[in-house]
Design a protein around this ligand. Sequence first.
Ligand code: CA
Length: 162
Amino acid sequence: VRYAGQLTGARACGTVPAPCPSSLAAMPHILIVEDEVAIADTLIFALQSEGFSTHWLTLASAALAYQQATPADLWILDVGLPDLSGFEACKQLRRFSEVPVLFLTARNAEIDRVVGLEIGADDYVTKPFSPREVAARVKAMNDGQRALRVTVNNKHTLSCLD
Ligand code: CA
């Protein structure tokens, strides 16, 4: 298991300068599926600060349709959505896409369910909420690392990579 040391290293990613405009088209595209505006706003800001392009949707059904038309490179998926649960959305997503999914969940019971049914998680850290840490995890996942879980405040972040 890897703990705070890894996050400390990842935090340094925040100092990377924004990409020049000519490279923006090639930046990874992150789909944020989250119905809480404040959380979505902070994630969008953190991810764009890291040079990612983002698209924000509040419904799982809209996100599934979006992915079929405009494949994102990674999803940040809230478990508690107004239409489908994040778990059900991930199952439906997996029928046509292997895009990495970073779960946002609020309850330990949800963590157990994700770990038990969706993924074999191998990493776990507990930190105060920091969108930049989530952004660092997205960056790590995009770089091909299997960074699987973060707990941030009462929000738990998990990735479902397969
Ligand atoms: Ca929610």
